[in-house]
Design a protein around this ligand. Structure first.
Ligand SMILES: Nc1ncnc2c1ncn2[C@@H]1O[C@H](COP(=O)(O)OP(=O)(O)O)[C@@H](O)[C@H]1O
Ligand SMILES: O=P(O)(O)O[C@H]1O[C@H](CO)[C@@H](O[C@H]2O[C@H](CO)[C@@H](O)[C@H](O)[C@H]2O)[C@H](O)[C@H]1O
Length: 376
């Protein structure tokens, strides 16, 4: 079993340790849930690091999750909870698009998600979706499941409203020549969510020394990325200069944000845009993902996504007018105007593109030219 996990893990899209040899895989906890279905927490050792993943050995977990949440079950240290009545009889099917986690759909009304890479603590997707449920801009939270890891309550998965009539933002953007009205409305929806997050979690201020520390962290990440992906190295000086500009920028506002914002995280519905997947970048430590950040970080993420959509579905010139429409919608709905904050915006766009360079090198090497073109 352990040997086959070692071979199987690197082939999974959600496996975050690609590109580094696996030294060992250990089953840390095994919980039988039903006949032929076992829940496992597995420790994967690579270099000097140990990462914890959630693994489901056997079939039938989607149906199990729904009925366990509906019943409020406690099972071998796993706690299943719901906020509203769930119909355990709904048929489950895989979502198809496997990304950082594993999702399945129940009928036309609910979607379940199992987090794969685990960090002890409250997952920001559960935390923010719960806080935003009822405010209109997200798929409502129905339930979740959790356990204690190292004495810390740790989110393992969620069940939310399925947006059956929604169209994935990435699909819509790559298929639509004139996407400007959509981009403008998406900017406005983003600003509204930022306002809601500020209302619930408050607004902080990042003092100048912390901004300098942030710029140093970005530079450290840049250097690690240059070592891992040598094609990034020729652009290092230009990127480091943008981070140095950020370091001398002075204090910045900060609040809870989405954290991994791109066109695949939003859906266009008959009632307007909805934002999904508030987990942040899964490869970052949980404290960093839950820390208040400048709201233009999300704007930067979406601007990068317009570049991706241009490369994938259009020509490079598609990007600029759509980026502008998104930024106007964002500023008109009360977000900080991206055009008057060029220094943080450029640093955040570059930081995101550096992240994407590593992500693409590990997962989709033929897509690497897309983030690299940001620096040309
Ligand atoms: N509530 C929902 N309703 C409909 N589709 C959804 C919903 N949540 C997610 N999806 C679809 O599933 C995809 C993956 O979901 P996401 O939460 O982003 O997973 P991951 O954490 O694996 O990236 C999204 O891009 C979207 O197309
Ligand atoms: O799985 P997640 O949605 O949490 O995010 C990861 O995978 C994304 C790709 O599926 C990746 O996004 C990058 O590619 C998108 C197109 O497929 C593009 O729209 C994004 O702008 C680009 O960053 C994301 O970075 C990664 O965290």
């Amino acid at each position: 079993m352990t040997t086959s996990l070692e071979a199987w893990l690197p082939r999974q899209r959600w496996f975050a340790g690609k590109g580094r040899p696996i030294t060992s895989v250990t089953v840390r906890r095994s919980t039988p849930l039903a006949d032929g279905l076992t829940h496992q927490l597995i420790e994967v050792r690579q270099d000097d690091e140990t990462s914890l993943y959630q693994h489901l050995d056997g079939d039938g977990f989607p149906a199990f999750l729904l009925s366990a949440c509906a019943a409020g079950a406690d099972l071998g240290g796993l706690r299943f909870r719901s906020l509203e009545p769930l119909d355990p009889g709904l048929p489950a099917r895989p979502l198809g698009a496997e990304q950082s986690n594993t999702s399945f759909v129940y009928g036309r009304s609910a979607i379940g998600k199992v987090f794969r890479l685990l960090t002890p603590g409250l997952n920001p997707d559960l935390e923010l979706t719960r806080a935003l449920t009822g405010r209109g801009q997200v798929a409502r939270l129905h339930g979740w499941f959790e356990t204690d890891i190292d004495g810390v309550t740790t989110t393992l998965g969620m069940v939310s409203e399925f947006l059956a009539d929604g169209v994935d933002g990435w699909k819509l953007a790559t298929a639509t020549g004139n996407f400007r009205a959509h981009a403008h409305a998406l900017g406005a929806a983003t600003a509204r969510v930022h306002k809601d997050l500020a209302a619930v979690f408050g607004v902080a201020r990042i003092p100048a020394p912390a901004v300098q520390a942030l710029a140093r962290t970005m530079t450290t990440r840049l250097d690690a990325a240059c070592s891992e992906v040598p094609r990034l190295a020729p652009h290092r000086a230009r990127i480091a200069e943008a981070f140095a500009d950020l370091a001398s920028h002075g204090p910045m506002p900060a609040q809870r944000i989405h954290g991994d914002y791109h066109l695949g995280q939003v859906m266009s519905t008959p009632d307007g845009w909805r934002l999904l997947d508030f987990e942040g970048e899964p490869s970052k430590p949980l404290e960093e993902r839950r820390a208040p950040a400048h709201p233009l970080r999300d704007v930067a993420g979406m601007l990068r996504s317009f570049d991706y959509a241009a490369h994938f579905g259009h020509t490079p010139s598609w990007s600029d007018p759509h980026r502008s429409a998104f930024c106007s919608g964002y500023a008109e709905a009360g977000g900080p105007d991206p055009s008057v904050h060029p220094v943080p915006l450029r640093a955040f766009v570059y930081d995101k593109a550096v992240y994407e360079v590593v992500y693409e090198a590990r997962n989709r090497p033929h897509w690497l030219p897309i983030p690299l073109s940001t620096f040309e």
